[in-house]
Design a protein around this ligand. Structure first.
Ligand code: MOS
Length: 703
């Protein structure tokens, strides 16, 4: 049998993407398509006193104007993350209230995009305004509710012992409000075939969840709604559920009986498509002289919008990383006049690891211990909140292999002791982690007489490599060259493939693809695809076909599933102008079985790049007086360009996690970003002796 799994297979969707034949949501050609442009609030807190649409209605090409005075008809969905959810619980245009700057307060529909945009600017709105609350330090924090039914707070032992600890760290770490900023803006085409049958072209990380949500919004059975989302131009968590613009577009399209397209501008994406809340975290660590942790105390504050609840779950990582007899976790949440925050690549894990891994570095310096050594010494043997052992843990190998590949043993032990070309140089490291998640997935496999296999599922690929991973798995089980496997994803007409989120698509799909392909061979009474093809041609049938599902059992009652990693980096700093450059990077990950070495490494690199953005550049500020984001495009929201990124060396260690699933794979979409900002801040300390506890590390903080 040919070995495909674990090798470096080229992206199945690569050619389509670079040649422009991959069709994204807004690019679908629908006859009779009309265009919508959103009207958004210019205040951040208050009420609409009057809204005058008379000029807009008379403008050229205008078909209709929707405001809270004539909202299109929609029903509230169940609004549960597990079944059907809109990102923002308040339905668009449901009243005259304005909760945050840029909130959608209307929609103009016209024959062309330009006509709709022009008319939207003719709408006159008068408001009664209250001062918005957009400054985190002025917010009123209360206990955060559980997320997905999981408590974010926890306590074991007694953290009061911190006072008697030999070594002690108590520090506050901050992160900035961050935007997802995917290349493809949020967009939708809503096309009603009749008043009971809807097709939605919208980038979606969760085909069937989105289908259920739109069905509930219009009081339809799910099968009357089709979701088409073969390609996503990046999502990072911001495209798993419908946002208000999508809800409004679908509702308006039904009313005007025309296919309608709405595309968010970059400006609108700052308010209407989610963000990662800023966080403020206090970490207290106590340790004995030998470095053994006695106390870990992690307190988190984040904010949500007035119209939905989303706590950034930073304390999820704390009970898995390091063992301490006394452990306390606490999360608080405040309501601010900002758009609704949501999942963004490693939600919680990312800012949580920034704080914890910075504090661990501070502790290592205080104890005069190698930070790698400190981590090895305190590695948790079980998930301290769940009380379960890890299924397959090779964190120590990540640390050792990373240190070896980076040359960590040559690290000068003093700060400000490395220089190059007149610049300070520093080395830093931090750990990475992300839970192993998996959902139910169903896959159809088909073997055709022309020698190709087709694999079909409504799971999808938001740029992670799912097309390629599915093809590689099928090729291996069937014994076919990977070029002969065709994969179709991202259409609700296909079997439910689960959610592309929580880094779970690979772990969900791989076992289902394996089963479906084995089932095809069984149907063909064959051991290999070659044999099956002979039987198929002799039988005169059109295809051998099988559908199979795979789902988690009760293994999560016995084991905690978690991926691990370590980052090592070098920075160079020109103190005179505050210029920091990341000059070297090594990441070593334990993600169970690596299904495709190329796309897996690419996911880690993407995560590291996004983490470098978070560490050095990304921040969305709000004007304290008017409450509007002061960034509004990809020029004002800075993120890394090629010149900011060094070569990123990625390696994998570990073993297949077969306690987790028969494919042995955990996900790799998110772990790469975790720990990155801490590794950089730790390197900055080594270079300069300056401990930076607030992201991003902009030049002013280095001068
Ligand atoms: Mo991810 S933040 O679960 O798309």
């Amino acid at each position: 049998m040919n070995k495909v799994i674990g090798t470096g297979v080229n992206r199945k969707d690569g050619r389509a993407k670079v040649t422009g034949t991959a069709i994204y949501a807004a690019e679908h050609q629908i006859p009779g398509l009309v265009h919508g442009y959103l009207i958004t609030a210019s205040i951040a807190n208050g009420e609409i006193k009057s809204i005058d649409i008379s000029a807009a209605e008379k403008a050229p090409g205008v078909i209709d104007v929707f405001t809270h005075k004539n909202p299109p008809k929609i029903f509230k969905p169940a609004n549960d993350f597990m079944t059907s959810k809109i990102y923002e619980a308040r339905l668009p245009l449901s009243d005259n209230k304005v909760h945050y700057g840029g909130q959608i307060i209307g929609l103009v529909v016209a024959d062309t995009f330009e006509q709709a945009r022009d008319a939207a600017h003719l709408v006159k709105v008068e408001y009664t305004t209250q001062k918005p609350l957009v400054e985190a330090q002025k917010a009123n924090y209360k206990e955060a509710p559980p997320l997905f039914g999981e408590e974010l707070k926890f306590e074991k032992g007694n953290t009061a012992g911190l006072n008697n600890a030999t070594a002690k760290i108590e520090a506050t770490y901050k992160t900035a409000t961050e935007l997802h900023a995917p290349m493809e803006p949020h967009a939708i085409i809503a096309h009603w075939q009749d008043s009971n049958s809807l097709t939605i072209y919208e980038p979606s990380q969760w085909v069937m969840g989105t289908q259920r949500t739109y069905a509930e919004l219009f009081g339809l059975p799910s099968e009357r709604v089709r979701i088409v989302t073969p390609f996503l131009g990046g999502a990072f968590g911001s495209k798993a559920f419908p946002w208000p613009h999508g809800v409004l577009a679908a509702a308006a399209a039904r009313q005007i009986k025309r296919p309608l397209r709405v595309v968010l501008s970059r400006r609108q994406m700052t308010a209407n498509a989610g963000h990662r809340s800023q966080t403020e975290q206090i970490v207290r660590l106590g340790a004995a002289a030998d470095g053994k942790l006695t106390v870990i105390d992690h307190e988190v504050k984040s904010s949500t919008s007035p119209v939905d609840v989303f706590p950034e779950p930073c304390t999820n990582i704390t009970p898995v990383m390091y063992a301490a007899p006394n452990l306390r976790l606490n999360q608080e949440l405040a309501i601010m006049n900002v758009g609704t925050p949501t999942f963004m690549r490693a939600p919680g894990e990312n800012p949580g690891m920034w704080a914890l891994e910075s504090a661990m570095d501070e502790l290592a310096w205080q104890l005069k211990l190698d930070p790698v050594e400190l981590r090895l010494k305190n590695e948790a043997k079980e998930h301290q909140r769940k009380g379960l052992p890890f299924s397959a843990k090779h964190f120590a190998d990540c640390l050792r292999v990373g240190a070896e590949q980076f040359g960590w043993k040559d690290r000068p032990k003093q700060v400000r002791s490395l220089t190059r070309d007149g610049k300070l140089v520093g080395w830093g490291m931090a750990a990475a982690t992300f839970p192993g998640m998996r959902g139910k997935a169903t896959v159809k496999a088909r073997l055709l007489p022309d020698g190709t296999a087709h694999i079909l599922t409504a799971g999808n690929d938001m740029g992670t490599g799912a097309y390629t991973v599915v093809a590689a798995t099928a090729a291996e089980v069937l014994g076919l060259p990977v070029e002969q496997v065709k994969v179709e994803l991202g259409d609700s007409l296909l079997p439910d493939g689960g959610l592309a989120g929580g880094s779970q698509m690979t772990a969900s799909l791989v076992p289902a693809v394996m089963s479906a392909c084995k089932e095809v061979l069984k149907t063909a009474k064959a051991e290999t695809a070659q044999e099956a093809l002979n039987n198929l041609r002799q039988s005169g049938r059109a295809a051998f076909e099988a559908t199979a599902s795979s789902a988690p059992g009760d293994e999560a009652k016995k084991w905690a599933f978690q991926s691990w990693g370590a980052h090592f980096c070098e920075v160079s700093i020109d103190e005179e102008i505050g210029r920091l450059k990341v000059t070297r990077w090594v990441s070593v990950m334990d993600i169970g079985k690596v299904i495709n070495a190329k796309t897996a490494a690419s996911q880690v690199r993407g995560g590291v790049i996004m983490g470098i953005g978070q560490a050095l550049m990304e921040e969305c500020h709000f004007d304290p007086n008017i409450g509007y984001p002061v960034v509004y495009d990809l020029a004002t929201y800075h993120y890394p360009a090629h010149a900011d990124i060094p070569r990123i060396q990625v390696a994998f260690v570990g073993e297949p996690d077969i306690k987790f699933n028969p494919g042995g794979a955990r996900g790799v979409g998110e772990i790469g970003i975790t720990g990155v900002s801490a590794a950089i801040a730790n390197a900055v300390y080594h270079a300069t002796g300056k401990r930076i506890r607030e992201l991003p590390i902009t030049p002013d903080k280095l001068l």
